[in-house]
Design a protein around this ligand. Structure first.
Ligand SMILES: *Cc1c(COP(=O)(O)O)cnc(C)c1O
Length: 430
């Protein structure tokens, strides 16, 4: 495949942008080689700066659940553009999207829009601290909640890919208040609550982890977490920035039937534009400024463009059968991959839920912990990634990211992907 234009753009980018990218995982550090530059997206496909077409399993890191350039989303954006980009004041569409979010995710009684997932988690944590008048917080190993200072402790996603779960520039005092526990480990949870429970402002968790590849928690683990938080008066925050409207219409909380106190959202709710949201119990949300003492604000919050795209997206994915089809597509894909890996004699395990999946080059039959995730064979992934790319399939450039399918992925795209995978697995055993 000719990548001449991407190379040229990357060389130029390296001069003016740190590492040539505006977000770390885009730099291909986890897989080697030069990152691709893209010029267009069409349904399930991405087109790079050299005109090569790829079946896209990144979907802008989650938002594009309808695929690229969905006609309804594009026309909603065009309609709004004709009326203005932003007013710095309230709009009817904001009320509509808030109503819609509260309907779809019943644990959310009130919601506030922000501009990114990072802002959503940062605000939710401040709110939980203000509400409980406690300082300590808990997160889980391998979970990523954006680049919030106090949460960059054993984080997933780019921080994991780069082998630097902790960031320079974060004062130790900021993370001294953050406890980190192993994911899916009930005894560790019980121990911390027995010791510190009454001092914990909140626990923040990805209720299905998608930033250490894809790891699904046990029902008992999430239930224990809910029970312990209730018992000790700690706020339970489900960070559904990735899983919200991705694994099911009601998010991971509807899959497990567990009600958090606060939920953070992002990605899908913006339809591909910069949006985040946090919401939950009315009593807690009442603590926010201007009526409450917890300050939170945003110049571009509730941007009419983002709201137009997000609302159209939410209305479209609310149609009956949407998630059955999305889940079937993802299942057909991972089943097909497993079959081909087995035929080639390559150890390979998958996790999948709704439109989200994970692949592991691992001998283990099930992957449920961070410790298992980091044993994923990254050398095999690297070879697989480049073979897939050369055969027209774009995967997240890291062994520690989840994959996404969209409603635009059909039989043709899955078949093309499986054919590429057959070649990639074949090369791994030769
Ligand atoms: C992506 C992500 C974030 C951060 O969202 P940004 O919009 O990148 O700031 C937070 N939490 C989870 C679970 C995410 O997947």
């Amino acid at each position: 495949m000719n990548n001449g234009n991407s190379r040229k753009l990357y060389d130029l980018a390296l001069q003016y942008i740190p590492d040539g990218v505006n977000s770390p995982v885009r730099a291909f550090k986890g897989v080697g080689g030069n990152p691709l530059f893209f010029s267009a997206g069409e349904g399930a496909y991405l087109i790079d700066a050299d005109g090569n077409r790829y079946v896209d399993y990144v979907g802008a890191w989650g938002p594009l659940i309808l695929g690229h350039c969905h006609d309804k989303v594009i026309s909603a954006l065009q309609d709004q553009l004709a009326k203005g980009i932003g007013y710095g004041a309230s709009t009817e569409a904001e009320v509509e999207i808030a109503t819609k979010i509260c309907e779809l995710v019943p644990s959310i009684e009130q919601v506030r829009l922000v501009t990114s997932g990072t802002e959503a988690t940062m605000s939710a944590i401040r709110l939980a601290r203000g509400y409980t008048k406690r300082d300590k917080i808990v997160k889980f190993e391998g979970c990523y909640h954006g680049h919030v200072d106090g949460l960059l402790v054993k984080a997933g996603s780019g921080a994991l890919t780069l082998g630097e779960p902790d960031s320079a520039g974060v004062p130790k005092a900021y993370t001294d208040l953050t406890y980190v526990l192993p994911y899916n480990d009930i005894p560790a949870l019980q121990e911390l609550f027995a010791d510190q429970g009454d001092e914990l402002a909140c626990v923040i968790i990805e209720p299905i982890a998608g930033n250490m590849n894809c790891v699904i928690p046990s029902q008992d683990f999430l239930q224990s977490l809910r029970d312990l938080c209730s018992k000790h008066g700690s706020v339970l925050i489900f960070d559904e920035v990735m899983t919200g409207f991705r694994v099911a219409l009601g998010g991971a909380q509807s899959v497990f039937g567990i009600t958090p106190d606060l939920t953070t959202l992002g990605k899908v709710i913006g339809g591909g534009l910069p949006v985040g949201a946090f919401g939950g119990k009315r009593e807690i949300m009442a603590m926010i400024a201007p009526s409450g003492p917890v300050y939170q604000a945003g110049t571009l919050s509730g941007s009419p463009l983002a709201v137009a795209a997000g609302l159209t997206m939410l209305n479209t994915i609310s149609e009956a059968g949407f998630y059955d089809e999305l889940g079937n597509t993802a299942k057909t894909l991972v089943d097909g991959l497993k079959e081909r890996a087995a035929a080639a004699g390559v150890p390979f395990t998958t996790n999948q839920i709704g439109g989200m999946f994970g692949c592991f080059f691992s001998e283990e039959e099930t992957i449920t912990s961070f410790a298992q995730v980091i044993r994923n064979d990254t050398a095999k992934f690297q070879s697989y990634f480049h073979d897939m790319l050369n055969n027209g399939v774009y995967l997240a450039p890291s062994a520690f990211e989840a994959g996404f399918v969209s409603a635009a992925h059909g039989k043709t795209e899955i078949q093309q992907t499986l054919e590429a995978a057959e070649i990639a697995f074949g090369n791994l055993c030769s």
